[in-house]
Ligand binder design. Structure first.
Ligand code: ADP
Ligand code: TRP
Length: 333
């Protein structure tokens, strides 16, 4: 039996942080063995927002591949490629522009939010407006069944399903409606300030941070804001320190103890931060060693991307050719 397909992509707009690691990467690691897996660097998506200054997109693309591989993605097991190496995605996006009403794009929540919140970039361009259509094309061009993502991406997945239905109703049942796969733990990893961890909020702990950087960031972390003194009882359920510690601790018994002594006001946040920083540093030690090993191989990431592009092209060619027939620009075979 042929394996089902999975696909996901990250924008190369910065380094990977714990939100990516727990919100998505752990699912990607597992799924590479269960599915025919396609993982790509969404460099055109990065360009939709960073078009005025694209100078770092290539560097971040390279670093992301190193981070992925050091985390355990195996380029011999899954297909790792770069979006811009597969221009068929742009052609499929164009076909999707035909079937998608503008109102569907106008109501995408991330579009509205980013237009309001991002003030240092010009997001009034058509490319940024088309962001979710390009994403729908990324997913459907390999006819992916399952898409591992963090919670924030669910509206994009729903829109993709709507577009696929409209395309199929109009031209014939061919494209696949994808399912989202969201992690049980870590669907929304908090940052050092308690908001969602995001590179754009300046609250991220990067997986490639040095032990000293990690320790300094953990020390400065927000805890339960209602807990001003050590003698005040705290609520671990709303404390970002507890939430991240739960994810990285090797010992559930230790977590239960920190939980209980916080609620009983018997231990302080400073001691907890020291322990959590130690646990986080050792949790990431294996990754750090592997990352250094891969970074020492010149050109490694670009070789991975080139081999991945070779592997994905036959799939994308086939899908685009079929779509050309369906939309009527080529005769039916
Ligand atoms: P950022 O918000 O830092 O720009 P991206 O948009 O590049 O991150 O996210 C890439 C993937 O990682 C997406 O699937 C997203 O849902 C997931 N992700 C990002 N941040 C978090 C977080 N704090 N918690 C859980 N998942 C996250
Ligand atoms: N929109 C995703 C993000 O901001 C990145 C992305 C682009 C993606 N194309 C995709 C994710 C296809 C999953 C599938 O993180």
């Amino acid at each position: 039996m042929t394996k089902k397909r999975t696909l996901t992509g990250y924008r190369p707009t910065g380094k990977l942080h714990l939100g990516h690691w727990f919100g998505n990467l752990q699912n990607m690691l597992r799924l590479q063995h269960e599915y025919d897996a396609y993982y790509f660097i969404a460099d055109w998506h990065a360009l939709t927002s960073d078009w005025q200054d694209p100078s770092r997109i290539r560097q971040y693309s390279e670093e992301m591949v190193l981070d992925w591989c050091a985390a355990g993605l195996d380029p011999d097991v899954c297909t790792i490629y770069r979006q811009s190496d597969v221009p068929e995605v742009a052609e499929l996006t164009l076909y999707f522009t035909m079937v998608t009403p503008m109102s569907w794009l106008e109501r995408v929540p991330s579009y509205k939010e980013q237009r309001e919140q991002v003030t240092d970039k010009d997001l009034g361009n058509v490319g940024f407006f088309l962001y979710p259509l390009l994403q729908a094309a990324d997913i459907t061009i390999v006819r992916a069944d399952a898409v591992p993502v963090g919670e924030d991406q669910l509206p994009h997945l729903e829109l993709t399903r709507e577009i696929v239905r409209r395309f199929n109703n109009t031209y014939g049942d061919y494209l696949v409606e994808p399912q989202a796969i969201v992690p049980k733990e870590g669907a929304r990893v908090p940052g050092t300030d308690g908001r969602k961890m995001s590179k754009s909020y300046g609250n991220a702990i990067f997986i490639s941070d040095t032990p000293d950087e990690i320790t300094a960031k953990v020390r400065a972390m927000l805890t339960d804001p209602a807990r001003k003194l050590k003698t005040d009882p705290g609520d671990p359920d709303i404390c970002p320190l507890h939430q991240i510690h739960k994810l990285v601790s090797p010992d559930p018994g230790d977590i239960a103890q920190w939980d209980a002594c916080c609620r009983a006001a018997e231990c302080g946040c400073v001691a907890h931060k020291t322990k959590m920083a130690e646990d986080l540093v050792s949790y990431l030690a294996g990754f750090r060693a592997k990352r250094a090993e891969l970074a020492a191989k010149p050109g490694y990431a670009w070789e991975v991307l080139e081999a991945g592009a070779e592997r994905v092209r036959p799939v994308t060619h086939e899908v685009v050719e079929k779509c050309r027939e369906l939309v009527g620009v080529e005769p039916k075979a």
